[in-house]
Design a protein around this ligand. Structure first.
Ligand code: 5GP
Ligand code: ZN
Length: 111
């Protein structure tokens, strides 16, 4: 049994505020936003983290990166956005289904 919360969000078994989806990814609003706009992009396929991607995921990763600006523009982030991928406990990863944070709105503080 798959207890992954993001797999359940991708499958529609747990509600989320979806802003974009296609055959490979789903994008929804983070439940605890850390910026005026805070979205999460996940692959429909379960992948634990960047640590576990393989050559078979290259097209998926490219698709995710290419789709981020499309989603950002749709969300009104004309001035730019920040992308974060937390990897492993030491990297602050809490949900072990690969996801890209997309943050923006106003001017984000320096990193
Ligand atoms: P991580 O720390 O793993 O990179 O980020 C996980 C993110 O998922 C956090 O920003 C957290 O607020 C968000 N999150 C956790 N559970 C849920 C949920 O059930 N729904 C939504 N929309 N976001 C969630
Ligand atoms: Zn999953």
């Amino acid at each position: 049994m798959n207890d992954c919360i993001f797999c359940k969000i991708a499958a529609g078994q747990i509600p989320s505020d979806r802003v974009y989806e296609d055959e490979q990814v789903v994008v929804f609003r983070d439940i605890y936003p850390k910026a005026p706009v805070h979205l999460l992009m996940i692959p429909r396929e379960h992948v634990d983290s960047l640590e576990t991607v393989s050559a078979t995921h290259e097209a998926l990763l490219a698709h995710m990166l290419r789709t981020l600006p499309v989603v950002a523009h749709r969300a009104g982030l004309e001035g730019g956005f920040r992308t974060i991928i937390n990897t492993g406990r030491g990297g602050g990863q809490e949900v072990f289904h690969l996801h890209m944070h997309l943050l923006g709105g106003g001017t984000l503080p320096g990193f």
